[in-house]
Design a protein around this ligand. Structure first.
Ligand SMILES: [Cu+2]
Length: 416
C-alpha cells in the first residue's frame, strides 16, 4: 500500500516537473528571439532519432514478451481433441501473418518518419495516385483474408456438422441459471423429444414421454383451477387481477400445447427419451470416439466452453446448437503429461449469464471406451426412473426428480 502511494507521488511529481520544464523551454526560446514551439534543426534531428530508437524498443519488447508469454500457461492449454490441433494451427497461422504485417508496417512507419524528417532544403513531393500500389495493398490482404476464412470454415463445418459415425456418443448440455444438466442418448443414439411447455419443477429438461405428459397435464389443470378460484374472489385488487388474468391466459395456452402432445402420443408414442440418462455431475467421455454434443438453454444465452477440447458453442434459448469433436488424450494421460495428478478437464459457461455465472462448471473425465460403457451402464435411464417412481410412491407424494439435483454439490466438491 505504502509503495503504491509512493509510486503515485513519484509519477505525479514527474509530470509536474516535466510541465514546468516545458514552460522554461518556452521562455528561453522567447528570450532567444524565437517563436515559442519553433523547432531548431538539432531538436528536429533528435526527435527523428527518437522514432528510430522507439522502433528498436518496440521490437525488442515484442520479441521479449512473445517469448515469455506465448505458452500453454497464457495462451491455451494443450489441445486434447482432433480438431483442436487444427484450431491451434489456425491460431498460429494467424499470429504468424499478424507478426509479419506488424514488423513490415511498423518498420515502414518509423523508418519513414526518421528518413523523411523535416529539412528546409527539401520540398515534399505530391504523390497523388498509383494504381499498382493500390492493387497490391488491396489484393494481398484480400487473398490472405480469404485463405484464413476458408481454412476456418473447413474446421467450422467439421465441428458443427452432425456426425455420420454410427459408433458416436451423443449427449446434450442443458444450460440454465446457474447449472448444467447433462443428458446422454441411450442405445438408439437419439436424444428424446423435449419442449419448453413440458418444463416443470421435476422435469427441468422438458422431456416428453406419455407419463410426463400426464403429469404435466395434471399439474397444469390443478394450477388452472387454483387461478380460477383466485380470480373469482369477491373483492379483487385490480392490479392483482390483471396479473392473474395474464398468468391464466399463458397457462391456458401451455395446456393447449401439452394437450397437442397428448394427442400426438396417441398415434405415435414418445419413446426416444426412455433410454436417456440425465444427471448433473461429472461427465465421462470415451477417448478417440466421435462425440456429438447438443446444446440448449432454458433462460438466457450461455456458452459451453471446454478449453482443452477447443469446444466453444453458445446455448441459445429457443435454438438447438451442436458441436462434434473427438477427445484424443485421457485424463490420466494428461495428468502424466502435465505432471499434475490433480488435473481435470473442465466445462465452463463462458458467457456472463448472471450473478452465479462462475458456478456453472463441471469436471470432465476422459476414459477408455470400456470404462465409459461401465460408467454409463451404472446410471439409471429415464425409463427406469419413471418405472421406479410409479412402483414405489403415489404420484403426489413423489419428490424424485428426473434430474438429480442433490448429487451435484457433493460431486463438484469431490472433483474440484
Ligand atoms: Cu451461464
Amino acid at each position: 500500500m505504502l509503495m503504491n502511494i509512493l509510486l503515485a507521488a513519484v509519477i505525479i511529481l514527474t509530470i509536474i516537473t516535466a510541465a514546468r520544464l516545458l514552460k522554461v523551454f518556452e521562455f528561453t526560446s522567447i528570450l532567444r528571439g524565437r517563436k515559442p514551439y519553433e523547432i531548431s534543426e538539432s531538436e528536429n534531428n533528435i526527435t527523428a532519432l527518437m522514432f528510430l530508437l522507439s522502433m528498436v524498443g518496440l521490437f525488442s519488447m515484442f520479441i521479449y514478451f512473445a517469448n515469455k508469454y506465448y505458452n500453454y500457461k497464457y495462451i491455451l492449454p494443450p489441445a486434447a481433441s482432433i480438431h483442436g490441433k487444427e484450431v491451434d494451427s489456425l491460431l498460429e497461422l494467424n499470429l504468424i501473418i499478424i507478426t509479419i504485417a506488424f514488423f513490415i508496417t511498423q518498420t515502414l512507419l518509423l523508418w519513414f518518419t526518421y528518413r523523411y524528417r523535416y529539412n528546409k532544403n527539401r520540398k515534399a513531393y505530391h504523390y497523388a495516385h498509383n494504381n499498382t500500389l493500390e492493387m497490391v495493398w488491396t489484393i494481398i490482404p484480400a487473398v490472405v483474408m480469404a485463405v484464413l476464412v476458408l481454412k476456418g470454415l473447413i474446421v467450422w463445418n467439421k465441428t458443427t456438422r452432425k456426425s455420420e459415425d454410427l459408433d458416436k456418443v451423443v449427449f446434450e448440455l442443458y444450460a440454465r441459471q446457474f447449472d448444467w444438466t447433462v443428458r446422454f442418448a441411450g442405445k438408439d443414439k437419439l436424444l428424446g423429444d423435449a419442449n419448453y411447455t413440458m418444463i416443470s419443477g421435476t422435469n427441468t429438461l422438458g422431456l416428453i414421454t406419455s407419463e410426463l405428459i400426464d403429469e404435466q397435464l395434471d399439474a397444469l389443470t390443478k394450477e388452472k383451477e387454483r387461478l380460477e378460484v383466485e380470480m373469482n374472489e369477491k373483492f379483487p385488487n385490480q392490479e392483482k387481477l390483471a396479473e392473474l388474468k395474464t398468468a391464466y391466459r399463458r397457462l391456458k395456452r401451455q395446456l393447449q400445447l401439452v394437450l397437442e402432445f397428448k394427442k400426438k402420443s396417441a398415434d405415435q408414442p414418445y419413446q426416444t427419451a426412455y433410454d436417456d440418462i440425465v444427471f448433473q455431475d461429472t461427465i465421462y467421455l470415451p477417448v478417440n470416439k466421435t462425440i456429438e454434443l447438443h446444446l440448449r438453454s432454458q433462460d438466457v444465452i450461455h456458452s459451453a466452453y471446454m478449453p482443452h477440447f477447443r469446444v466453444h458453442m453458445y446455448c441459445v434459448p429457443g435454438i438447438k446448437t451442436s458441436f462434434t469433436f473427438t477427445p484424443t488424450i485421457t485424463t490420466a494421460e494428461m495428468q502424466a503429461k502435465l505432471g499434475n495428478p490433480n488435473f481435470n478437464y473442465l466445462l465452463f459457461c463462458n458467457n456472463i449469464c448472471g450473478s452465479a455465472h462462475y458456478n456453472m462448471q463441471l469436471p470432465i473425465v476422459i476414459v477408455t471406451e470400456e470404462d465409459f460403457t461401465k460408467w454409463l451402464n451404472s446410471k439409471k435411464t429415464i425409463g427406469e426412473q419413471i418405472a421406479e417412481k410409479q412402483s414405489t410412491a403415489p404420484a403426489e407424494a413423489s419428490t424424485e426428480e428426473v434430474s438429480a439435483d442433490s448429487s451435484k454439490q457433493t460431486a463438484m466438491q469431490k472433483h474440484l
